[in-house]
Design a protein. Structure first.
Ligand SMILES: [Zn+2]
Length: 344
């Protein structure tokens, strides 16, 4: 048995919320008649594709990576992803790949913030991507499930889990229409999730509903007002530009508008969104960064300075509003009435 025991899956139709029945090739909703296929071993509960690829193109890409991963390592599969993806600027592909491979190292701070000292909690990684947090959480004994709207990334996450000998539930779905029952999880991580959503409000409401009363949320996001380069575009000051000027600037520098489907969020915007969804104890901080991330001597020095600035109250607020990435922690009220919102 692996370090964690996966949640025993019981899924709801993401469209009509009826229980779905398992069939040979997927799941069937007896109420609305929809079927949801299992592709590359992963249940695909999407009602619509993400904004980058059509459903057919996305599934074809996932299957291509799945075939590649049979004879190659996780790291090689990540490299292959960027080799066959032509809408990532070459200048950024290497940085993105490095980020993917380091995902597990970054997870320690997420776990200590979200589930400090508590083992074996039912957890969801909403927008799990290549599975760095999922692997770290499963290894630490948490019952984590990974959800992402990109099947192609879940295939890569599955390869990572296979290499680690871990058995974790991965589900392809839109977080605004998840296939899980209400109050399934005690903790939800949404690492760089909200900025990728077309609208933050339905996502926040869905996460609120998925949490059990008293459950905790940790969300992180790039900060639109950062004085450092924006983490996705690698460019300075873009959050201060009007949208059209920003688009032209990113196009001119990167050849592709890497921010075209991204919302630029500020700490205040995400805080207001969490509060409107019903969360309490909403707290903002600059992103917690582990000293163990490593890298060059200069990078380690910068991380040391960042961590020192983060602990002092005044510089903590300064880093929150001007630093590259912030985090939000919040709790679902213990006495919440889970059906007070529409659950469609
Ligand atoms: Zn249905």
């Amino acid at each position: 048995m692996s370090a964690s025991t996966p949640r025993s899956p019981s899924y709801l139709c993401p469209a009509c919320r009826a229980s779905v029945a398992r069939q040979d090739a997927g799941y069937h909703c007896p109420q609305c008649g929809r079927t949801f296929p299992i592709i590359c071993g992963i249940a695909d509960f999407r009602l619509a594709p993400d904004r980058y690829l059509s459903l057919a193109d996305e599934r074809a890409k996932a299957e291509r990576l799945h075939r590649f991963a049979r004879d190659h390592s996780f790291a090689e599969t990540v490299a292959e992803y960027y080799r066959i993806t032509d809408d990532v600027p070459p200048a950024m592909a290497e940085r993105y790949a490095r980020n993917v491979l380091a995902g597990e190292n970054r997870a320690s701070e997420v776990l200590s913030t979200l589930v400090a000292g508590q083992g074996n909690l039912p957890m969801l990684d909403a927008g799990c991507g290549a599975g760095g947090l999922v692997v770290a959480a499963a290894r630490a004994g948490h019952r984590i499930s990974g959800l992402d709207i990109a099947l192609r990334w879940l295939v890569i996450a599955a390869k990572r889990l296979e290499e680690e000998g871990l058995d974790v539930e991965l589900v392809c779905a839109d977080i605004a229409h998840p296939p899980f029952p209400e109050a399934t999880f005690d903790a939800v991580a949404a690492i760089d999730l909200f900025e990728h959503l077309p609208d933050t409000a339905p996502g926040a409401t869905a996460l609120y509903q998925l949490l059990a009363p008293g459950g905790r949320l940790l969300a992180t996001s790039a900060n639109r007002h950062t004085l450092a380069p924006h983490p996705v575009a690698g460019l300075w000051g873009i959050g201060y530009l009007p949208a059209e000027l920003r688009r032209r600037y990113v196009m001119a520098r990167r050849g592709i508008d890497t921010l075209r489907y991204l919302q630029l969020l500020s700490p205040r915007m995400l805080k207001n969104c969490a509060k409107r969804a019903g969360f309490e104890q909403v707290r903002l901080d600059p992103l917690a960064v582990s000293p163990a991330i490593g890298g060059s001597a200069l990078r380690r020095l910068a991380i040391g300075c960042y961590r020192a600035l983060r602990t002092a109250p005044f510089t903590n607020r300064l880093l929150l509003h001007l630093g590259p990435v912030f985090q939000l922690t919040a709790r679902k009220p213990v006495a919440s009435i889970s059906n007070q919102r529409n659950s469609t």
